[in-house]
Design a binder for this molecule. Structure first.
Ligand SMILES: Cc1cc2nc3c(=O)[nH]c(=O)nc-3n(C[C@H](O)[C@H](O)[C@H](O)COP(=O)(O)O)c2cc1C
Length: 189
């Protein structure tokens, strides 16, 4: 599977088979996370892998967005100390965490694991359950597990968001001399 195929094939998996996810696979998934790009190469993150059924259950109780049968979860936290004190620091760290999460989900797919981002959770409760210190901010979690179900259908993707050279241009040429405006003209004001 090449990268493009993996990107197209990944789906959010919300039902998992009753099968443990081994530590070695989770390690590979998290290592994929640390290879994501980060603003100023700050690597402002911490990943916490959770596999204990009791802890997963506790997280499920405080997470309307979590499916009960996830067999593992990786909590992706931004590290506010590494993010730096400049105004954009926390925002960049959030971007960095999202990039790490996508890396992790793509490698999970390659390893035969289903995954789903989970953001709908009570962060204060999650912090308490996982004993996350104050300088770390839980940003999102990735549910993981094997799935025996066929892949869910792909939600429609809107290709109309792709513009060329300028906002509103649907087609362009490499030398920029020609374009066809087929999108609505941008409104001003
Ligand atoms: C930031 C973010 C938060 C999400 N939170 C949840 C969540 O709490 N629970 C859930 O089941 N799915 C969650 N999702 C998964 C999306 O619903 C899913 O990616 C979207 O419907 C597109 O489907 P696909 O991932 O199969 O392409 C989240 C995705 C993102 C990127």
């Amino acid at each position: 599977m090449n990268v493009e195929e993996a990107i197209m094939r990944r789906r959010s998996i919300r039902h998992y088979a009753d099968r443990r996810v081994g530590r070695a696979l989770l390690e590979r998934v998290m290592k994929a996370g640390i290879w994501a790009p980060t603003g100023s190469n700050r690597q402002p993150w911490v990943f916490i892998a959770v596999t204990e059924p009791d802890t997963l259950h506790q997280i499920g109780v405080v997470s309307p967005g979590m499916l009960w049968d996830a067999k593992a979860l990786i909590c992706v936290c931004s590290d506010q100390r590494k993010a730096g004190t400049f105004p954009m620091g926390p925002t960049l760290a959030l971007f960095d965490c999202a990039m790490a999460a996508q890396n992790m989900m793509l490698v999970a797919l390659e390893l035969g694991l289903g995954s789903c981002v989970m953001r709908s959770t009570n962060m204060a409760a999650l912090r308490e359950i996982l004993e996350i210190p104050d300088h770390l901010q839980p940003e999102l979690s990735i549910m993981l597990g094997y799935s025996d179900d066929p892949l869910p259908p792909a939600p429609r993707r809107d290709e109309g968001v792709i513009h060329w050279e300028r906002f509103g241009r649907e087609e362009g040429t490499t030398d920029g001399t020609d374009f066809k405006r087929t999108k609505p003209a941008p409104s001003v004001g």
